[in-house]
Design a protein around this ligand. Sequence first.
Ligand code: IPM
Ligand code: MG
Length: 367
Amino acid sequence: MTYSIAWLGGDGIGPEVLDAARTVLDAIGFRAEYIPADIGWRYWCEQGNPLPERTVQVLRSTRCAMFGAITSKPASDAARELAPHLRESGRTYASPIVQMRRQFNLYANIRPGRTLLGESKPVDVIVVRENTEGLYAGLEVHPTPQSLVGALDAARRAPHLRECAPEDLALSVRVTTRTGCQRIVARAFELAQSLGRKRVTLVEKANVLRATGGLMTEVARTVAERYPRIEFREAHIDTACMDLVRKPGEFDVIVAENLFGDILSDLVAGLTGGPGIAPSANIGDHYAVFEPVHGSAPDIAGRGVANPCAAVLSAAMMLEWLGERALAARLQAAVATVLARGEVRTPDLGGSDSTKRMATAIIAAAR
Ligand code: IPM
Ligand code: MG
């Protein structure tokens, strides 16, 4: 069977690491039709949209997508870099990867982190991050309409809020739905069950974020009852960060809302060799986008030294999702072998080898 796969290089090192992943996929005999599509900062600056409609159409016509990396900047920087003729159009920048996750309902962001470099504390954690809600839902205002300032007043917030002028107050609202909680927690337990994992930890902050954290906790407890063979634990985000560093062995599968999952997955990446080897999968019921956790790394872009391991491991997650289990396992084992041997290392891992060299080593190990 030939798969049709959207190929979104994006910004900075994105295209370079995807090229490397492509070489590896070809070498292990995976056959697919790859359809390149535009995404990224350039299309924001020149056309006012980092995720052009033609790209959305490519996504709609393919089985899944591989995505490299994206440059995201705060709203004011984005406005400044927009082409002059588009400046009056009232456009605001929204990260295209976040848009894709929401638009294609890719509600589960699966981010495994495993020590592959012989670190002293073994880590083997899978972060299951909610991908469509939370503070990423896009419910934000600045300036804040007077009616909302008034509502805060009524809630008797800190005294300095009462006198706030609209332009002096910004709001980002954390959105949590029962459906959103149910599907992400169920996903985490299903994943744990299918991989024979022993424990799922919900990471929240329900002692302070009572409404949203409370709903997530209530739902998670209910879902957990359906999986009596898997231990369910709860942890606060702050404590979880500390414990992940001190006793990572206590964590197995972690489920968390969007921003907490974002932070936790970088923390886990930091404990397991850094972002250069951290893969991820954005999965919905009908579509999936696979991407390395790392960003576009403009400082090393174009120099051919980016670590392709995260992209290759993301490609392995794609193979798994497509049902190509044997190929996926081969790729994972090949990357693990190369990293454990340590003979070939890109600069992020303390070496001086190139992206190409790393890809070649992975191909050799996969044979
Ligand atoms: C990630 C990234 C993105 C996010 C950025 C680039 C918008 O940090 O995939 O973790 O915050 O989700
Ligand atoms: Mg992140």
